[in-house]
Design a protein around this ligand. Sequence first.
Ligand code: GDP
Ligand code: MG
Length: 597
Amino acid sequence: FKQSNIRNFSIIAHIDHGKSTLSDRLIQHCGGLADREMAEQVLDSMDLERERGITIKAQSVTLYYNAADGESYQLNFIDTPGHVDFSYEVSRSLAGCEGALLVVDAAQGVEAQTLANCYTAIEMDLEVVPVLNKIDLPQADPMRVAEEIEDIVGIEAVDAVQCSAKTGIGIDDVLERIVRQIPPPGGDAEAPLQALIIDSWFDNYQGVVSLVRVKNGILRAGDKMKVMSTGQVHQIDKVGFFSPKATETGILRTGEVGYVIAGIKDILGAPVGDTLTLAKNSAVGALPGFKKVKPQVYAGMFPISSEDYENFRDALGKLSLNDASLFYEPENSSALGFGFRCGFLGMLHMEIIQERLEREYDIDLITTAPTVVYKVLRTDGKEVSVDNPVNLPPVNDIDVIYEPIVEAHILVPQEFLGNVITLCVDKRGVQTSMNYHGKQVAVTYELPMAEVVMDFFDRLKSTSRGYASLDYQFKRFQEADMVRVDILINNERVDALALITHREHSQTRGRQVVDKMRELIPRQMFDIAIQATIGNHVIARSTVKQLRKNVTAKCYGGDVSRKKKLLQKQKEGKKRMKQLGNVEVPQEAFLAVLKVG
Ligand code: GDP
Ligand code: MG
């Protein structure tokens, strides 16, 4: 295809503003799929995404469009995820593009997350094309939203294209804008090959599949390619693009986006952000990759059945291949046995990984309470990073603890501003700026990351009836009065239940955890004492009273089928129980630490 007739673009949109619907419309319009093949939402291919209604993995689709100017264009659309935990993947997808559609719900307006992703696109020199979606809705107010885009985002939007992805109005206009406003890819077809790996994943039959953007030169099946970071050479087996079905073309030219399969079996053989070149006539340098992101939240993950350990390790390896932000290393807990300490971008990221492990790999897991990374200056002058409460040095060895602080950008309609401020103050926040944009207010707070990653997002949503939106980044470390709260069951410290918290909240949190544990641990044949301690000091205690025999007899007596049902329930429940000494503790108990506070 002529390089000047190629357009590479992404869609930036807040969740629910219509990205998936618009994507499907564009695919349908360009004949990528027959109507009967249109799954409800084509691009969100994983079950999990469909259920949660969010897009996790970047994917691409190549479309052909006959424009009003009589020319035929190749449109490569790279999908981006939309949640606050996944900004990193957004910049990855954008690296393959010259432009981005900024899709905004014309009945809602701009949201903090879209704003952050939009700035990323502008910083990367992409052409941002505003699109006002859902104009079919009676409450749509395209003029107001266009003004809001100009005011908050700072790009021209008075003549923004208006469409309804649902009814199909204006879809032609969207395609025309893509062709006219987004520049064609640069790059030199004669130069040595440089292809950027945007994404890689493991396919059980083909080995590693990589999604690439050819920046210079040509990628051809049969050639020998070199992975620049490792120097490893592989024969290229298959090359093609997704339309959205995989379509083999044998060649990808300068400016194009598509997949490469080269019989790579080692899952670390084609890392995301790396550059592919040819073994002969190699490029001199690698392309600038992506900025490395560090996980911000860590938690222990332990298979309930120790037989799953090997599978678990393999699964983490496969998942981390196309998710460079997932970190893991072996962890050994006296309570939970062998598992992994895993690092995530945020809580949603953690939940998704946990669900994928359970669904796609069929591994039942216990996840411990997540924690952020603290810096600790010890009395011997050494500084250590602590991502696990168990590793917090003894109180006497600690000089200062520093906690991570984030800068949080919140957009909220004026009527909920008071609620949002109350929430931020409650979470130890310090306001740094506040600006009014029409009905919306943009407020910036510095907040402890530990407070933000836990339940902040949910609380923000509920206190603003869903209208407030949030984006945050790590800012700096700051001295803080943190302590470790230990949980003891029958006087045994349970390492997996320890948590780090601010001293001010330690009493309350200790109390809440102990109370929650008492509810969750089923009665057994003996009393179970539950205590929360700081050092040797008990801050809360509670007891699960022993089971009275006649009570069991009563409730299990008589009805045989009911008894069977109960036994079956127990068996299922057992899978989720972990034996701690002689006490059986359900999985929920480990999460209790996270749910309170
Ligand atoms: P995403 O989260 O950005 O991918 O948003 P979706 O495409 O999943 O859309 C979210 C909801 O908005 C769905 O219920 C869609 O049916 C609906 N929707 C999308 N586009 C339009 C539109 O143009 N008009 C109306 N009325 N609803 C739309
Ligand atoms: Mg979607």
